[in-house]
Design a protein around this ligand. Structure first.
Ligand code: PLP
Length: 415
């Protein structure tokens, strides 16, 4: 008898995935929608929309401490979502998954709670030039209050963090290194595990802003060996207004609460109050219950698709984009990172980014234009902004072709 060969692995089918996202079936300005603004926010599959809908239709109640059935159901769905997110990022415990309203809120939580209690005059926080404003400004605010200093880590002309410059900056004054996993402006995939190794060797903690990475490939926070990891639900096929701070348990335990109020306390008296255990210590007030349930549904949706295949598919989209870009006269790609996620940032000679953005929109193609909340990076490249096309699991090679047809048409109209 001949032994059966390995089962054929079906190729990742973006067209099939696309059908799970109802918004993508529409026409915009008389053309089938090509949605290439995924770095700003992703679209939502039916399962996420249905999870939120069924929560409000069937189970809506406030969570925790409720004695009635609806409250119990809402709590179970809310905490099940936390478990799904913990599994999704490889968190050793659900108590390390703290709900926030998004990446921005998660970074601010660390800046205020950890930063205000730990930073002193003369301490340094390193942030890279690739950072989104939400991984710069919170550190500036805490630095102004504590006397610490925010020091930028240079990036190369390719748009990569300069690791030798990082080494030079890493001394005993540095208490934290804050970097994104993927640059939202250039698509650079940063070697965060290696950065964490170097930072830890110098005695500094590491916060990774994962807003642009979690949607593209499986992230394992334990394997990355970072101290904090943050991301937003809406960039991960979930709803807006929900996000996650993941942290090392010992660090989170030692940090003082950020916001005070209901749920985060153990005992309140006018003489003094004591605080709840993790994760509730950092979740004051009624949380975004529907948002958490929606995010839980989003990561469960991703658990059901071939993520390696999806990552390879997005890489193929970027590869084709780079090939077609070479054929466009006057197109300048900003940054040439060796390892890039599906983000393509560029300029067309003689055309303002927002003009191109509007001309593409007239053809049903949604891209983002501007500084992408990364003004220091734009200044580093001496440009006011870029046009950014960003891909996701449901984009197709047809979308890439449409983008370049749109660019050529815009050039003809502008000539
Ligand atoms: N960090 C990066 C790299 C981002 O791309 C974004 C949003 O674009 C943020 C942080 C902020 O995310 P949010 O607005 O969801 O808090």
């Amino acid at each position: 008898m001949i032994a059966p060969g390995p089962a054929a692995i079906p190729a990742f089918d973006a067209a099939r995935v696309r059908r799970d996202f109802p918004i993508l079936g529409q026409q915009v300005n008389g053309q089938p929608l090509v949605y290439l603004d995924n770095a700003a926010t992703t679209q939502k599959p039916d399962s996420v929309i249905e999870a939120i809908d069924s929560y409000y239709r069937c189970d809506n109640a406030n969570v925790h401490r409720g004695v009635h059935t609806l409250s119990d159901r809402a709590t179970q769905r809310f905490e099940q979502a936390r478990q799904s997110v913990a599994d999704f990022i490889g968190s050793p415990a659900t108590s390390q998954v703290i709900w926030t309203s998004g990446t921005t809120a998660a970074i601010n939580l660390v800046a205020y709670s950890w930063g205000h209690s730990r930073l002193r005059s003369g301490d340094r926080i390193l942030v890279s030039w690739l950072e989104h404003h939400s991984n710069i400004v919170p550190w500036q605010l805490v630095a102004a209050a504590t006397g610490a200093e925010v020091v930028p880590v240079p990036v190369t002309d390719e748009g990569e963090i300069d690791l030798s410059a990082l080494d030079t900056l890493l001394d005993e004054r540095v208490k934290l290194v804050a970097v994104n996993h993927v640059s939202n402006a250039l698509g650079t995939v940063n070697p965060v595990r290696e950065i964490a190794r170097r930072a830890h060797a110098a005695g500094a903690l590491v916060l990774v802003d994962g807003a642009q990475s979690v949607a593209h490939w499986p992230v394992d926070v334990a394997a990355l060996d970072c101290d904090f990891y943050t991301f937003s639900g809406h960039k991960l096929f979930g709803p807006t207004g929900i996000g996650v701070l993941w942290g090392r348990e010992a660090l989170l335990d030692a940090m003082p609460p950020f916001l005070g109020g209901g749920e985060m306390i153990e005992q309140v008296a006018f003489s003094a109050s004591t605080f709840n255990s993790l994760p509730f210590k950092f979740e004051a007030g009624t949380p975004n219950i529907a948002g958490a349930i929606g995010l839980g549904a989003a990561v469960e949706y991703l658990a059901g698709i071939d993520r390696q295949g999806a990552a390879a598919h997005e890489a193929a989209l970027l590869q084709r984009t780079l090939e077609l870009a070479e054929q466009v006269q006057g197109l300048r790609r900003i940054g040439h990172p060796r390892h890039a996620a599906g983000i393509f940032s560029f300029l067309l000679e003689g055309m303002h980014p927002s003009d191109l953005g509007m001309l593409l929109d007239q053809q049903g193609i949604a891209v983002r234009t501007g500084h992408h909340c990364a003004q220091p990076l734009m200044a580093r490249f001496g440009i006011p902004g870029t046009v950014r096309a960003s891909y996701s699991i449901y984009n197709t090679q047809e979308d890439v072709s449409r983008l370049f047809e749109g660019i050529h048409k815009a050039q003809r109209l502008f000539a």
